[in-house]
Design a protein. Structure first.
Length: 331
């Protein structure tokens, strides 16, 4: 059965960009960045553009995604997929929404069918552009999909959704721990709260005695600023070697999981996924990311792309726009 035969509608507002609201509104404009490397649902926290109520109601000729629709990217980062589950949202450039015929296919099953590695590999072959990746909607709709009974679809969808729910819970826990770690770092090494406390003759709050001993009890002046006594200022380039990644094409990427994964900014955010390309090309050792490496993404939107990460997965290849940061021996 073709994908088109499984649908009752394709929401397609591509062709022009809607007028953007000057203020945040209840009507977010979902763009590709909200579904690249996202979990099952769009990442609404990544959305920076909104439209007014009037634009939402009157501008979009094909309507809006409804709960149960599949959002699919057709240009740029092609074949990215998300399940629209609730709330308001609108789409225009580079995205379409696929509305399943519930008598034929259930939304969860269709979502998992489209993100399956073999399906993703096939969808990437639909790229028609030599400049910017692009998939024609008729080619997408002609894609063949195996459709079991509704009962089997429900079992498969529920089973995989439970895994996704667990993964999301772990991600939320990681985000909470990351926030705690950042707050602690700021307190200790930017605001110098333990040093201020000891300077007042107090025990630093929430710190054991052995850790408190590592902090001085006074400050001293330097050429640039006041710092804790006996601490030194360094230029960051003197503390580490920064290795920029290789160009993506140099890896001769494959979608067959041959070799090591190519780590782009999307992988820094979501880890290695079914959308990750691999390479079995022998590259210089400096481009090989090892578990525990510090990675700094230096290109893109400061709100969504520029960040620092510790790579916690298996080894991979370093793509361009990311620095591998190798600290120098202790001085």
């Amino acid at each position: 059965m073709t994908l088109k035969e499984c649908l009752i509608k394709v929401v397609d507002n591509r062709g022009k960009t809607p007028p953007i609201s000057d203020a945040i509104s209840p009507y977010p404009l979902i763009e590709v960045n909200a579904i690249v490397g996202a979990a099952k649902s769009p990442n609404f926290s990544a959305i920076k553009k909104f439209v007014t109520e009037g634009t939402y109601k009157n501008w979009f000729r094909a309507g809006h995604p409804l709960p149960g629709d599949i959002i699919f990217s057709t240009v740029g980062s092609i074949a990215e997929v998300a399940l629209f589950e609730a709330g308001n949202g609108c789409i225009a450039q580079n995205l379409i929404a696929l509305r399943p015929n519930l008598e034929i296919v259930l939304p969860d099953f269709l979502y998992y069918s489209l993100v399956h590695p073999k399906m993703q590999s096939y969808l990437k072959t639909l790229d028609i552009s030599s400049v910017q990746p692009s998939i024609k909607v008729p080619h997408l709709l002609a894609t063949k999909i195996t459709i079991p009974s509704l009962a089997e679809q429900k079992f498969i969808g529920d089973f995989l959704s439970n895994f996704d729910s667990r993964i999301n819970l772990l991600r939320e826990t990681n985000d909470t721990l990351e926030s705690i770690a950042q707050a602690l770092f700021k307190s200790w090494f930017i605001d110098f709260d333990p040093v201020h406390a000891k300077a007042r003759g107090l025990m630093p709050e929430g710190m054991d005695e052995a850790t408190a001993e590592l902090f001085p009890d006074s400050f001293e002046e330097t050429e640039l600023e006041t710092v804790p006594k006996d601490w030194r200022l360094f230029v960051i380039y003197d503390l580490a070697t920064f290795i920029n990644g290789a160009a993506y094409k140099a890896f001769e990427p494959n979608m067959y999981r041959r070799g090591l994964p190519i780590i782009k900014i999307a992988e820094l955010k979501a880890g290695v996924t079914e959308n990750t390309a691999y390479s079995n090309i022998e590259m210089p050792k400096k481009y090989r990311i090892e578990t525990g490496d510090i990675l700094f993404s230096w290109s893109g939107n400061p709100d969504t792309s520029i960040d620092t990460f510790v790579w916690s997965f298996d080894p991979g290849w370093l793509n361009q726009h990311i620095f591998r940061v190798l600290p120098h021996p202790k001085k």
